[in-house]
Design a protein around this ligand. Structure first.
Ligand code: AVJ
Ligand code: FE
Length: 429
């Protein structure tokens, strides 16, 4: 068991590093240090921050080793300097950053060989490695979003996703009653996903597919962005000051739309889930459609609850780890797949593409579960709890399988749309 776990951790560390390397080797030095958007860090910051977190948690804390570098911690502390000011910091240059993450990784492999991964320390130590793997993959998705904001020739390439086995958009009925939400035993689950607890959810309907580009284009053409009644007060204020008129990266010509993704501009693909919309846009669309966004309780019940056996599954399709047939994850494709492309990933209730493709906005604020305990540090989740952030679920085409579960909770400000976010609708039964 222990050797197997060590091997698994080693493979996951290599897999995340291969991805970080590919994302940072794809562009030249100038593109690594420049700020592609005020919303994002320079790519070279993400790279060295990945190494710095790994050094703090695995080299110094778990391993008890001497620091690789003790002089740079503050510049890579995400709470000390916000993304917009990071380019002005005395950051490591690309060559130094690559050297640094490599040196840290060398020590980490040594720690992995020698650290106890059994007995009492197993849970703590194994979790620390899992947390660092997920942390790197999360920043890789953030770097992918930075690539999406970058202008210039395309530098990332990937084959297209599978084609949609077109399921007509319809609704699934989820019966009212309790289900077990969250987890107490998923080994790599983060503190905010814990503990497992019973939640009562009233009966509701949820769309079997995420809202598509074609559906969203109808909303735009129907004047949805100019209809004050569809928006909340806060949403309308934002739509007005930010002058929103359609999803980020869309261009309108008469009644047709194209969009730019990773340097390529092409007509929107009608059956693909819409992506790069903020919470307010999702909320306005749902109102226009006579529906609403699901709560995160509803989303998780639709993803995990098997009414026939009254049990909660790990993933929509069952308990197996995500494989290529289940979901569009891991940047294998640079876009969401058309609806119906993953029939093997469908939930017990018949809901498609809950995992992968696009993060899905829910109507819920990011709050702790009853019995929440900070683990291992308050800055991961606790400092974000409250009404400022909305919960997103399910992961996107840019999310790695190690960093997504049906219990995984992402959060962001309701105005953000550079992330790979879309949504699906629900309604009361
Ligand atoms: C869970 C995606 C909101 O990127 O801010 C990365 C993950 N935490 N480094 C983020 C995270 C610390 C976090 N999200
Ligand atoms: Fe981080």
């Amino acid at each position: 068991m222990t050797e197997e776990l060590r091997e698994h951790v080693a493979e996951e560390l290599l897999r995340s590093r291969a991805r970080s390397t590919a994302l940072t080797d794809a562009v030249d030095e100038h593109d690594l240090v420049r700020q592609h958007s005020k919303l994002m860090s320079p790519l070279v910051w993400d790279l060295a921050h990945i190494g710095n977190q790994e050094e703090l948690w695995l080299v110094r804390d778990v391993g008890g080793r001497e620091p690789v570098r003790s002089d740079i911690d503050e510049y890579y502390d995400a709470f000390k300097f916000s993304r917009s000011v990071r380019p002005e910091l005395p950051l490591l240059n690309p060559r130094e950053a690559r050297q640094y993450v490599g040196d840290v990784r060398g020590k980490v492999f040594d720690v992995l060989e020698k650290v106890p991964l059994e007995g009492r320390r197993l849970v703590e130590n194994a979790f620390a490695f899992g947390m660092i793997v997920q942390h790197e993959q999360q920043h890789d998705e953030t770097m992918l979003a930075t690539h999406q904001l970058r202008t210039g020739e395309p530098v990332l390439h990937a084959p297209p996703p599978p084609t949609g086995n077109l399921v007509p958009a319809t609704e699934a009925f989820i019966p009212g009653g309790p289900f077990e939400m969250g987890t107490s035993d998923e080994p790599w689950a983060l503190d905010n996903e814990r503990p497992a607890h019973a939640v009562h959810v009233d009966s509701f309907f949820i769309d079997t597919t995420p809202v598509t580009n074609a559906e969203y284009a109808e909303f735009v053409l129907a004047g949805g962005y100019d209809d004050r009644r569809l928006w909340t007060e806060e949403g309308w204020r934002h739509r007005t000051t930010a002058k929103l008129s359609g999803p980020r990266f869309w261009h309108r010509e008469g009644n047709s739309f194209s969009r730019t993704a990773f340097g390529v501009t092409e007509p929107i693909v009608p059956d693909e889930p819409v992506v790069h919309v903020c919470f307010h846009e999702a909320q306005a669309y749902a109102t226009w459609a006579g529906k609403r966004l699901p709560t995160e309780q509803e989303w998780e019940k639709a993803a995990r609850y098997d009414a026939e056996t009254a049990t909660t599954r790990r993933y929509p399709w069952g308990d197996e780890e995500p494989a290529e047939i289940h979901a569009n994850l891991g940047q294998r494709h640079l876009r969401p797949a058309p609806v119906g492309a993953y029939p093997k990933g469908v939930s017990a209730a018949g809901v498609h593409q809950l995992i992968g493709d696009v993060w899905e906005w829910t109507s819920s604020d990011f709050q702790p579960y009853p019995g929440f305990e900070v683990f291992p540090y308050a800055e991961y989740s606790q400092v974000f709890f409250g009404p400022d952030y909305k919960v997103l679920r399910g992961g996107s085409f840019g999310t790695d399988k190690s960093a997504i579960r049906s219990t995984f909770r992402n959060w962001d400000y309701p105005i953000r749309r550079q992330i790979f976010a879309g949504f699906r609708c629900a309604r009361d039964a």
